[in-house]
Ligand binder design. Structure first.
Ligand SMILES: *Cc1c(COP(=O)(O)O)cnc(C)c1O
Length: 353
């Protein structure tokens, strides 16, 4: 086993996918499984599919290409607005994309015509979180323009909250989408197939039965991959947590003072640091650092171990209170949050199992 490494419990991910798919199906909602949090790691993606997810989404075209290479042939959507620099790959490798700029959709249309393909477009609507999306008052007008573009299928409208502004989903902000779809249908005489209402943070609303009727898709990553909902700070009922464990090894174990010796300047990242003098403490250094993962993205499974800090590749742990016996060579295990999962799966220094 290579260290440091992350260990992905694909059985748990499969069961989480099934739980989330069933939870949504009860209310007539399909799940787009979002793979970006785990860099579309193939075994995890396959677990999602086995759990009943029939459609995938990722924010990175590279992950989408990798999934195609791995033989995954279900519909995949690019869920970050395509760059003008990635139009060709978007049309080639994704079935559709989330969009908010007419100029981008026009380029998708041209490229799709050249490649003799139909590209599906979900128009994003900004209902208040102020990340991506056209403002509600502009939706009907821009939809008319999209409908005229060759080789583009206007599939529907979508929204996203809880990302930049931290706005929580509500009946009111999901209802905006439903009302807009009705307006579009009346004006253009078409049926709006997909109303993509949001992400993991919407599951709480779904559970309470407060999602506006008519929403028929959610784009879910975190609830399946980790069984958590970081925005509401709780586990998703019925799912399993601790799906991913990080392991690394102790490379130094010594008792040292807790207050640095000498004049204190700044740390390796230019930050001023503060120390509390707790006398001598037993400290372990593990092979892991900020190059691999932000400090708040992981937590030792043994709760008596405390993370003191880390430079780019040394992480210092206070193990004074630790009940398990630790020596040089001991393996320390950590749980990971969404941010930790993102960092660790992106790092080329972390092996995935
Ligand atoms: C990341 C992302 C999601 C999934 O979010 P989770 O919180 O992991 O469920 C959904 N939609 C968009 C546009 C995203 O960028």
């Amino acid at each position: 086993m290579n260290l440091p490494s992350i260990h992905v419990d694909t059985k748990k991910i499969q069961r989480n996918a099934k739980t989330v798919v069933n939870m949504c199906k009860e209310q007539g909602i399909e799940v787009m499984g979002i793979t970006k949090g785990i860099c579309a790691y193939t075994p995890a993606v396959q677990a999602m599919l086995k759990g009943g997810v029939a459609k995938l989404g990722d924010s990175r075209i590279k992950n989408i290409k990798d999934m195609r290479k791995a033989g995954i042939n279900v519909p995949i959507y690019l869920i970050r607005i395509p760059m003008l620099a990635e139009i060709e790959d978007t049309v080639k490798f994704a079935d559709g994309s989330l969009n908010s700029e007419l100029i981008v959709i026009e380029e998708l249309s041209k490229k799709a015509a050249l490649l003799n393909k139909i590209h599906k477009v979900i128009l994003m609507v900004d209902v208040g979180d102020l990340r991506e999306g056209v403002l509600p008052e502009d939706v009907v007008d821009i939809t008319g323009k999209i409908l005229r573009l060759p080789n583009i299928e206007f599939e529907g409208i979508g929204t996203n909250v809880g990302c930049y502004g931290g706005v929580l989903p509500s009946y009111e902000n999901t209802k905006i989408l439903v009302d807009l779809a009705e307006e579009i249908e009346n004006k253009y005489g078409i049926s709006v197939k997909t109303l993509s209402g949001g992400s993991t943070v919407n599951l709480e609303l779904l559970k309470k039965g407060e999602i506006a009727p008519g929403i028929n898709q959610l784009r879910i990553g975190e609830a399946i991959l980790l069984g958590t909902d970081i925005k509401n700070l709780k586990p998703i009922p019925g799912t399993e947590q601790n799906t991913i464990i990080l392991k690394t090894q102790v490379i130094e174990l010594k008792t040292k003072p807790s207050y640095p010796i000498g004049k204190i300047g700044r740390d390796a990242f230019g930050k001023t640091v503060h120390f509390e003098d707790k006398g001598n403490r037993k400290r372990a250094i593990v092979a892991l650092g900020q190059q691999d993962c932000g400090l708040d993205g992981i937590a030792p499974i043994e709760s008596s171990i405390e993370i003191l800090g880390a430079s780019s590749d040394h992480m210092i742990l206070d193990v004074t209170e630790c009940k398990q016996e630790i020596q040089v060579g001991s393996i320390i295990e950590f749980n990971v949050s969404y941010g930790g999962m993102l960092d660790l799966t992106t790092s080329k220094y972390i092996e995935k199992y």
